[in-house]
Design a protein around this ligand. Structure first.
Ligand SMILES: Cc1ncc(COP(=O)(O)O)c(C=O)c1O
Length: 483
């Protein structure tokens, strides 16, 4: 019997149903009845086959499609079991579901591709082109082969003991930390470590947290997401102003002691000592964000504050600035007395995937991390010098500030510069830069851009700076920035 002789909709393209998901020549595809069920299900969900419509008798559809009747009865049986079709004895099988009664459909629009960036002078990223792919792949391959069965079971929420031991050694050796494996938790990065720490602080009765101003908004968001009240404390050329901090009700503060973001200042020795004393006086804590401290170009990196009083300082770090933020691997060293609260306050926080943790441990233990850092330091020192020189030559009325460290500098612009517009104009030309105002919560007359040199090639710097110069000139319409 032809389909046109049944009471099924004749304006529906029954004959093309099996064209959906058809495998490419020479490749195995899904089984025929699965493909047919999928095609019918999609047609019902899309509303092309509406509720009450009869589907053709199995023999008629099989003839139309050139397949066995069994294929069609299997597909119908599947959709009856799922509730899309209903069969009644003596009557046609009909569509029994309508999209109108279904919950709203998830977004089917494609995720927009990021706008093309020709030159990346925004802060945030390390040199993604220099990611040590070969050695990282070797570390992953090696641990995938050598992990014992036990490692593939339920992971330790505080992190794999092997990585905790390696991180503790690394932090003692290269950051002067007072770190022991029991105090180390593996987490997904500084942001995740801060969320966990803030939960522990709340459990300890601390609801007020001071943050540096200006500072990275994500850290503020992380703290408020856990319900802490924030007190912005200004940063000057010696780092966080501890006297101002002491005037807030906060009993905890997050501080980028080694290299503050975004000002690029280093917390002075006197302020470090004063800050630890403050924590003791208020029976509180310092949370040290050690995010890019491996990179110091004028002398050795300053040791972490955590070593001055491990009972008062939480230490947070990650590989986001040294390897890649895509790895999602970091650590948190907590004061011993807070460890039970930290674990209890984060009952469902999981450490990153175990094989990734073991790969990082292998990468560090084999000396590859240190070698990578040595090469990165050399590269970034040269690149920072080049950027500062080029900015000096091209934009003599702008002033660079920030310690020779980390992966960013500040570029102070003449007062009145419309920095948001400069950022937009630069972006339209394919250059990414950031406005210092984006890291502030109160107004300031100081106009500045935050420029990151992690993720730009040395040879791209002259062209990037030329685009920046054009963006600034487009703003003013005058030649104020000309040499
Ligand atoms: C101030 C600051 N802290 C920490 C981080 C690193 O955060 P995470 O380890 O969560 O990637 C960044 C990254 O941009 C940062 O700017």
């Amino acid at each position: 019997m032809a389909i046109s002789q049944t009471n099924s909709p004749t304006n529906f393209a029954w004959a093309t149903l099996l064209e959906v998901d058809a495998p490419e020549p020479g490749r195995r595809g899904s089984r025929l009845h699965d493909r047919l069920a999928r095609a019918l299900r999609t047609a019902i969900r899309d509303g092309r086959l509406t509720e009450g419509a009869a589907v053709p008798p199995s023999r008629a559809l099989a003839e139309e499609l050139g397949c066995s009747r069994w294929v069609v009865t299997e597909a119908y049986g599947q959709l009856i079991a799922e509730g899309y079709l209903a069969a009644r004895v003596g009557s046609a099988t009909r569509v029994s579901w309508s999209p109108d009664t279904a919950p709203p459909r998830p977004h089917t629009r494609p995720v927009p591709a990021p706008s093309p960036v020709r030159y990346d002078l925004a802060p945030g990223l390390p040199d993604l082109r220099a990611f040590p792919r070969r050695r990282w792949a070797e570390a992953v391959r090696s641990v995938t082969g050598s992990a014992v069965h036990y490692d593939l079971g339920l992971p330790d929420p505080a992190g794999h003991p092997v990585l905790r031991t390696t991180v503790a050694q690394y932090l003692r050796r290269s950051r002067g930390a007072d770190a022991h494996p029991a105090a180390v938790s593996v987490c997904a990065g500084v942001t995740d470590g801060l969320v966990r720490t803030c939960r522990a602080l709340r459990a300890e009765g601390i609801d007020d947290l001071a943050v540096e101003h200006p500072g990275w908004g994500r850290l503020r968001d992380a703290a408020t997401s856990v319900g802490l009240r924030l007190y912005p404390v200004p940063v000057d050329h010696d780092g966080l102003r501890v006297d101002d901090l002491a005037r807030t009700p906060a009993r905890a503060v997050i501080v980028g002691a080694a290299h503050q973001f975004p000002t690029g200042t280093v917390l002075s020795p006197a302020r470090r000592a004063r800050l630890v004393r403050w924590a003791r006086e208020v029976d509180g804590y310092v949370i040290e964000d050690d995010y890019d401290a491996e990179f110091r170009y004028d002398h050795h990196p300053v040791a972490v504050m955590q070593g001055m009083d491990p009972s008062r300082v939480f230490l947070l770090g990650s590989v986001s600035k040294t390897l890649s933020p895509a790895l999602g691997l970091g650590w948190l060293v907590a004061p011993a007395a807070t460890t039970p609260a930290l674990r209890a306050a984060n009952p469902v926080a999981a450490a990153p995937p175990v094989l990734d943790q073991l790969a990082l441990a292998t990468f560090i233990d084999r000396g590859w991390y240190d070698a990578h850092l040595r090469a990165a330091r050399r590269r970034f020192r040269g690149r920072r010098d080049l950027l500062v020189r080029t900015l000096g030559a091209e934009l003599p009325q702008a002033r660079v500030s920030g310690t020779a460290a980390g992966l960013h500098i500040l570029l102070h612009l003449p007062s009145g510069t419309d920095t948001p517009r400069t950022v937009r104009t630069a972006a339209a030309a394919g250059l990414r830069v950031a406005d210092l105002d984006d890291y502030r919560v109160t107004d300031s007359a100081d106009r500045a851009l935050v420029l990151g040199y992690g993720n730009i090639g040395d040879t791209e710097i002259p062209a990037a700076v030329a685009l920046l110069r054009e963006a600034l000139a487009a703003r003013t319409g005058v030649r104020a920035m000309d040499a």
